[in-house]
Design a protein around this ligand. Structure first.
Ligand code: HEM
Length: 227
């Protein structure tokens, strides 16, 4: 316990925890996308997957709780580190463009908080059924929750789809810088190959985001779920 408190008190400890929680969240995003892409295989495979997740019962709740703790830790540490950086640099630079910082790096807190808004909206949509209750109440021919039907119902609405695409673009900017910073914090970025590491981080980020964007766009354009 004392070790954890000491870790969070030092700046380097917080940066390390930030990188680690970010990596775990990135892992969740890869896992979540792999499950969601089953939509391209049809109603049966996606609903089977959702039913399997639900069948995990208490295990699923433990995973959800761990995920929530990681997410909250990442946000609290991010805001505290940004405040610390600001306090260490009270005078704003006269020419911000001269500072060696890319646009996404200066926008990490803002894009991060927008991602939080997106997650709350997304949970209200697909997990709690507050946004589109009719979609959430759908069941398939076997009487199971029709996750496939719910997603199709949701993304047939252009306003919903475009709001998802906009939020996913924000998430992309956040991950773009986040992943590159991860390598730097972990000391895995050497001057000689840092450009390579950055390029790889950007490539992985955009593949992930394009994978997510493909789902609402495929529904909206009728490529998936046409009846
Ligand atoms: C277009 C892309 C996405 C689709 C189609 C999608 C689909 C879904 C669905 C259907 C659920 C509910 C699962 C269920 O209750 O059976 C869900 C839950 C969730 N999604 Fe997404 N999602 C997408 C993108 C994202 C993104 C980008 C994030 C994170 C930034 C995210 C985070 C979550 C979380 C945290 C949950 C709750 C997990 C749980 O309760 O176990 N999703 N998503």
């Amino acid at each position: 316990m004392a070790g954890i408190a000491r870790l969070f008190h030092s700046s380097i400890g917080r940066k390390f925890s930030m990188a680690l929680t970010g990596l775990l969240l990135f892992g969740f995003l890869i896992g979540h996308l792999s499950g969601n892409l089953l939509i391209f295989k049809g109603q049966g495979p996606l609903n089977d997957y959702a039913a399997w997740l639900a069948s995990l019962g208490p295990v699923l709740w433990v995973v959800r709780l761990v995920l929530l703790t990681i997410f909250a830790t990442h946000i609290v540490l991010g805001v505290s580190l940004a405040k610390e950086n600001r306090a260490a640099r009270p005078e704003r630079y006269a020419y911000e463009s001269t500072v060696k910082a890319t646009l996404p790096s200066r926008w990490m807190v803002r894009t991060g908080l927008l991602v939080l808004v997106y997650v709350v909206y997304h949970l209200a949509h697909f997990t709690f059924g507050i946004v589109q209750p009719a979609g959430h109440a759908m069941v398939d021919a076997t009487g199971r929750p029709d996750v496939y039907g719910m997603v199709i119902h949701g993304f047939r609405n252009p306003v919903v789809t475009l709001s998802y695409v906009a939020f996913l673009a924000v998430l992309g900017f956040h991950l773009w810088h986040g992943l590159a910073s991860f390598f730097q914090t972990m000391g895995l970025s050497h001057e000689r190959y840092s450009r390579c590491v950055r390029a790889l981080a950007h490539l992985v980020t955009w593949i992930l985001i394009l994978g997510y964007v493909a789902i609402p766009m495929a529904v909206l354009t009728g490529l998936v779920g046409k009846s």
